[in-house]
Design a binder for this molecule. Structure first.
Ligand code: HEC
Ligand code: HEC
Ligand code: HEC
Ligand code: HEC
Length: 334
């Protein structure tokens, strides 16, 4: 920590001077291409302005960061962020922009979070959690935002915030459910705004129930018109593009096949949340396994975090196998 704190300002101020001209180019490319993953930390991408995420990477040297950004890495950073039309110079400028953003936050958040920590572990989350929560409006419209604060109660310490699973409830014991915002480990208890937020217990009362997650059946809530999530931050009249397309994934062994429904997802989520970063949009083109899902990849990027958890086998494994022709004929086609 100490060494990094010394290195960081020095490095960052160098970059600052060097990149003053390129700053706009870098910022623009970041917004256009990189933010999709780096704002929210999708697939473990280091988050913009999150010192803990960046420090170990900065320590490896700017040259490596440029190379990673240009060529990609095996752990999920696509070459040039997938925007192969961008020039090398612009991609480097985007890296510079991201490094400069850490410079801004490096001095404060980490020590501040540490200072809050001793009193109450939940408060430690000050650093990683806001990012996770910010992730959500960016990713989805609402269910995520609504559910994120909720069953996070057993949260991690800041230590593993760079880890893809720092927000994976599947790997954690179930904690207290739906605590008030000031105690949920996500919202800053010292911020007055937190007190103005409605407590989940009261807010969720009228919504259809579920036995898992934050105890709300969000799919039903939207179907029954109990909630009408706003699709766009800026435009109150924007509406989602809803695609009614089921993809059946045959499962080896005795488990029923998986039906992936586009409809229920596109009611909440823009296509770009999944395509192409998580799933190539082509039936059967993606290797998906339960192991990956449990580790927070593929469907597990959301399920177990901001959507219903993996314990609900039958919600995904919903299609009986057509093992015998007679049975298949008798059963209503689904
Ligand atoms: C589809 C998601 C995605 C997009 C888009 C994306 N990144 Fe990344 N990025 C990642 C992931 C995941 C990692 C962590 C990979 C790793 O640790 O090797 C990462 C890591 C990095 C790193 C650190 C590499 C290292 O060696 O530690 C840099 C720098 C970076 N990205 C820059 C960019 C820039 C610049 C853009 C936009 C031009 C961009 N990224 C767009 C997912 C993305
Ligand atoms: C929650 C994640 C998610 C979202 C959001 C999403 N998709 Fe998909 N999409 C998938 C998955 C999973 C598959 C199946 C991939 C496979 O079988 O390997 C798929 C497959 C597809 C396919 C291929 C179909 C075929 O028969 O080959 C198309 C086209 C597609 N999606 C379009 C869209 C569009 C358009 C949107 C937005 C309106 C969208 N998707 C939103 C997850 C998503
Ligand atoms: C980008 C986030 C995301 C990804 C990735 C994702 N889901 Fe979902 N899924 C959601 C959200 C949000 C909902 C609606 C809220 C809820 O049910 O918890 C949902 C709902 C569902 C439902 C509807 C359940 C019902 O009650 O009708 C099924 C089935 C489902 N997901 C299966 C899958 C499968 C299978 C995959 C992987 C192929 C997948 N999802 C990937 C976010 C995601
Ligand atoms: C969020 C959706 C989802 C939930 C919940 C879910 N699965 Fe899966 N499961 C999948 C997908 C997707 C696959 C991959 C299917 C394929 O091969 O294309 C899969 C595959 C499997 C397989 C085949 C072997 C493998 O690892 O790929 C088994 C067995 C399995 N699931 C068991 C379970 C059990 C048991 C549960 C409940 C504890 C469960 N699943 C809950 C989506 C889900």
């Amino acid at each position: 920590m100490k060494i990094e704190r010394i290195v960081l300002p020095a490095l960052a101020s160098l970059l600052w001077a060097a990149s003053a001209i390129a700053a706009d180019v870098g910022k623009d490319l970041y917004a256009k291409t990189c933010a999709v993953c780096h704002a929210a930390g999708i697939a473990g991408a280091p988050r913009l302005g999150n010192a803990a995420d960046w420090q170990p990477r900065i320590a490896a040297g700017t040259a490596r960061l440029y190379t990673s950004a240009l060529k990609g890495t095996p752990k999920g950073m696509p070459a040039k962020g997938g925007n192969t039309g961008a020039s090398d110079g612009d991609v480097k400028a985007a890296v510079d922009y991201m490094l400069a953003a850490v410079k801004g936050s490096a001095a404060k958040p980490a020590p501040a979070a540490a200072a809050v920590a001793p009193a109450k572990p939940a408060a430690t989350v000050a650093a990683p959690a806001p990012a996770a929560q910010v992730a959500v409006p960016a990713v989805a419209a609402v269910p995520a935002a609504a559910s994120a604060p909720v069953d996070v109660s057993s949260n991690t310490s800041g230590a593993s915030s760079a880890d893809i699973n720092s927000f994976n409830r599947l790997l954690k014991p179930i904690g207290k459910r739906n605590p008030p915002p000031a105690e949920d480990g996500i919202h800053d208890p010292a911020n007055d705004g937190t007190m103005a937020l409605m407590a989940p217990l009261a807010a969720y009362g009228p919504l259809p129930k579920s036995l898992v997650g934050n105890r709300v059946n969000w799919v039903k809530a939207i179907e029954e018109g109990k909630i009408n999530p706003r699709w766009d931050k800026q435009d109150p009249n924007a509406t989602p593009v809803i695609v009614d397309l089921n993809i059946v994934r045959e499962v080896k062994g005795s488990m029923p096949d998986v039906v992936y429904p586009h409809k229920q997802h596109t009611e909440w989520l823009d296509c770009s949340n999944c395509h192409p970063a998580i799933f190539t949009p082509q039936k059967g083109a993606n290797a998906i396994s339960m192991a990956a899902i449990l580790l927070g990849e593929k469907c597990g990027v959301c399920h177990g975090k901001v959507a219903f958890p993996v314990s609900e086998c039958r919600l995904c494994h919903s299609k009986k196998k057509d093992t015998r022709p007679a049975q298949a004929a008798a059963a209503p086609a689904k």
